[in-house]
Write a protein that binds this ligand. Structure first.
Ligand SMILES: *[C@@H]1O[C@H](CO)[C@@H](O)[C@H](O)[C@H]1NC(C)=O
Length: 400
């Protein structure tokens, strides 16, 4: 489990801000300022979910050298991955970032933030610091079914649009799969969907050591919750308290110390190269949910244990997310060098989705994070995505 946290953490934290840029490294909290600094208009919207989370959504309403006009622009909504934030779609600067490229191509661009990350660490009633356990009691299911659903409803209503184009990286893909399978009426709201290494099926999770560790998911997660370690973000998360006896009392102590060592390393690395700007934070339960799915080789809802499952779901095992209910037009982009997602799982998902296709990135060593971090993502991936979105828009406007 801790190594899972490590892996996902590494995936996000070791991302180096691409070289060759001379923009200042803004903190995640200053994403809107960053967008303005790079020459675009940026708006900040707050979306309050029905369960009280206050989500920060950014909008780039039009391109750098365009002006506000009454002409309606097609809407695109971009959703970040695990432990990341909306800024992942602008990190490559005006020339190469998906969000800017979309704005310059004539789109109205919206960037979501999941509950619990640095920009959406707010709630109408719960205090994320003093009521951590309640605040951080969510996984990617709530992010899909509540956050993404309500951000999309907000954007469609605000812009007066019936549909939008969705792009999700990693867990941003998971959230889409959860939403469109759990609440299939949402499929009609997506004009197109592009998932970048969207994680769903876990039959062939690539890392053997992590698969082995995933078996301990429930025990370790329960111990972590008992210790109040429910957030993967604040620096204090990994800091051992003064009262070592509490931590020493649990059998997972060795994992905790392993984790704190690792985290020191990560944080040092972050300080050196400003990678902290990529670390948006998350609930530990999100990682534990992936851990359960890796352990069980399945893509299904949170596992409470036999008795509680029976009470909550009416069955001893959690229900699977039924991908055959996803009728949206989906393209799944993947790479053969992804440490978190195997090609066979992508192809199996595409097979089960009624209206989907797979597209392999044409660079063998393209990584899970390269989808948002590599300078050649533009020529290998995002130019294609924007072009296909434009084509779909043209089809729509000619009434086909
Ligand atoms: C679905 O998406 C693909 C790839 O972007 C595109 O070629 C196709 O025209 C789309 N179909 C519809 C009905 O929009």
């Amino acid at each position: 489990m801790w190594s899972l946290a490590l892996l996902f953490g590494l995936v996000v934290c070791t991302l180096s801000v691409p070289t060759g840029r001379n923009s200042p490294a803004f903190a995640i909290e200053e994403t809107a300022e960053w967008i303005r600094y790079e020459g675009y208009v940026a708006e900040t919207h707050n979306v309050v979910t029905h369960d009280g989370y206050i989500l920060e959504v950014h909008r780039i309403p039009y391109g750098r050298f365009q002006t506000a006009s009454t002409a309606k622009r097609p809407v695109v909504f971009l959703m970040h991955g695990l432990m990341a934030a909306s800024n992942c779609y602008i990190l490559l600067g005006p020339q190469n970032s998906l969000a800017y490229n979309y704005a310059d191509a004539g789109f109205d661009v919206w960037l979501g933030n999941a509950r619990g990350n640095k920009l959406s660490r707010r709630h109408e009633e719960l205090d994320p610091d003093n009521q951590k356990r309640d605040f951080f009691d969510f996984s990617f299911e709530e992010i899909g079914k509540y956050d993404v659903a309500q951000m999309i409803d907000y954007v469609l209503e605000y812009t007066g649009s019936e549909q939008l184009h969705y792009v999700g990286h990693s867990q941003g893909g998971t959230a889409f799969l959860v939403l469109a399978s759990s609440l299939p009426e949402y499929n009609a709201k997506f004009a197109s969907v592009n998932l970048l290494a969207g994680v769903g099926y876990q039959n062939y999770f690539p890392s053997l050591p992590l698969r082995t560790l995933a078996r301990l998911t429930n025990t370790i997660y329960a111990s972590a919750v008992a210790l109040g370690l429910v957030e993967v973000a604040a620096p204090s998360f990994f800091r051992r308290g003064d009262d070592d006896s509490i931590i020493n009392a649990v059998p997972e102590d060795e994992y905790l110390s392993e984790l704190s060592t690792i985290t020191e390393l990560l944080r040092d690395g972050a300080d050196d190269s400003d990678n902290s700007n990529m670390f948006g934070g998350a609930a530990l339960k999100q990682i534990a949910h992936f851990g359960q799915n890796i352990r069980d080789k399945t893509f299904r809802r949170w596992d409470y244990g036999l008795l509680e499952n029976r009470r909550v779901y009416g069955s001893v095992s959690p229900p699977v997310y039924d991908l055959s209910l996803i009728t949206s037009n989906v393209t799944m982009h993947y790479t053969v060098s992804d440490v978190l997602l195997d090609e066979r799982d992508v192809l199996a998902m595409v097979n089960d989705l009624p209206n989907a296709r797979a597209r392999k990135v044409a660079r063998e060593d393209f990584s899970h994070l390269d989808f948002v971090a590599a300078l050649d993502a533009k020529e290998l991936l995002t130019d294609y995505i924007i072009e296909s979105t434009v084509q779909i828009e043209n089809l729509r406007s000619t009434g086909k």
